[in-house]
Write a protein that binds this ligand. Structure first.
Ligand SMILES: *Cc1c(COP(=O)(O)O)cnc(C)c1O
Length: 369
């Protein structure tokens, strides 16, 4: 049996969890959370990183920070995970879906400007498969229209665009440490605060709308309710696990890239024969090998390949059902124009197993056709 994903452990997770245990510090914002914050701030060159219990939570914090009000519009791709849209819908916002680029499957930056209305508040680029969106163009459009850019960098930890870390280019960025991502803590995430205007309020929103973070730093002598908020922080147990992973993030990325490169080499011949299309990585981006996907020629072809792999106990999967045509998307969002590429590509995409420690790339490729 070759699973689609197998969470990788660095070996230090137990040790750090034991330490959190003997420290008797189990709630959030202890030493392990602090270590993770410092690591993230250093590695993204940002002033503030805040651990959350998921990327979904980080996106929800971003929606509050963006001050999304009922009826405000947020431009995003339809080809993404539900949390990208849900975070804004929870504030009464309306996701406005636009189509994706045929090469990276990222939001097509050329379609963004036409989707802007007086109600638009933010643009949410999603770095699909950890490959950067065309951020220079997106930032230029946002600045010209006075919009916020909130990067869904759930898949983009350790990736860069023109040398800048994904998640640290827009005003706010969200990372995921879910066990299906590259660097993990079971569930987990982080909000990257690139625009310093949001630092204070981000801390408050994460701490149930209180100024407890300032209190802990000795900046005020009592803490109290000052704003809306929720409990967005993870426990120290989770941060201890994550600390073991972050310390090995470079190694994890290199190991994943080696497997990715092996797929890419193995599948070149199939691409030449016209059986599939391999991922395209633009020269200005450095990816993190979050995913190896192939694009088959049709939905029927994809179904056949999945069945063929299944018979050999190889688990290959696809995603996403486009949001614009999902029941939730129809109810809470709207599309701007047609989305032919989203509809076509989502039918033909197949994700192949990729996890640190696997050495079955050749076997899998041999079973595809
Ligand atoms: C995984 C993922 C999320 C959600 O991450 P969680 O940490 O599970 O909340 C959001 N957006 C994208 C694009 C993702 O891939």
């Amino acid at each position: 049996m070759i699973p689609f994903n197998r969470p990788y452990m660095t070996g230090k997770e137990h040790l750090y969890i034991d330490q959190a245990h003997s420290n008797r510090k189990l709630a959030g914002d202890g030493i392990f959370t602090k270590n993770c914050h410092e690591w993230l701030e250093k590695n993204t060159s940002t002033k503030k990183a805040l651990l959350t219990h998921s990327c979904t939570a980080a996106l929800e914090m971003a929606a509050i920070l963006a001050d999304i009000q009922p009826g405000d519009e947020v431009i995003m791709p339809s080809y993404t995970f539900v949390s990208t849209a849900n975070a804004f819908v929870l504030r009464g916002g309306i996701p406005v879906f636009v189509d994706i680029r045929p090469d990276t499957l990222n939001i097509d930056e050329k379609l963004i400007e036409a989707a802007i209305t007086p109600k638009t508040k933010a643009i949410v680029p999603v770095h699909y498969a950890g490959v950067g969106c065309e951020m220079d163009v997106i930032m230029e459009i946002a600045n010209r229209h006075n919009l916020l850019v909130i990067e869904d960098a759930a898949q983009g930890v350790m990736s860069t665009y023109k040398g800048k870390p994904l998640g640290a280019i827009g005003h706010l960025g969200a990372y995921s440490f879910h066990e299906t991502k590259n660097v993990i803590s079971g569930e987990g995430g982080a909000l990257i605060v690139n625009d310093e205007r949001f630092v204070n309020r981000a801390e408050i929103i994460r701490e149930k709308g209180t100024n407890r973070s300032q209190f802990f730093r000795g900046q005020i002598d009592k803490y109290t309710w000052v704003d809306i908020g929720s409990s967005f922080l993870p426990s120290e147990i989770m941060a201890a696990f994550l600390w073991a992973q972050l310390q090995e993030a470079d190694d994890i990325t290199q190991k994943r890239l080696a497997i990715w490169d092996q797929y890419h080499a193995e599948l070149a011949e199939y691409e030449e024969k016209g059986y599939l299309r391999r991922p395209i990585i633009p020269a200005e981006t450095q990816q993190n090998a979050h995913m190896y996907y192939i694009l088959l020629n049709s939905l029927e072809e994809r179904t056949k390949v999945i069945e063929r792999l299944k018979k050999k106990d190889i688990n290959a999967v696809f995603h996403y059902v486009p949001l614009h045509s999902s029941p939730g998307g129809l109810k809470y969002g709207r599309k701007n124009g047609e989305l032919p590429l989203t509809e076509d590509l989502s039918d033909r995409l197949l994700r192949l197993p990729l996890w640190v420690g696997m050495n079955e790339v050749k076997t899998i490729c041999a079973e595809l056709f």
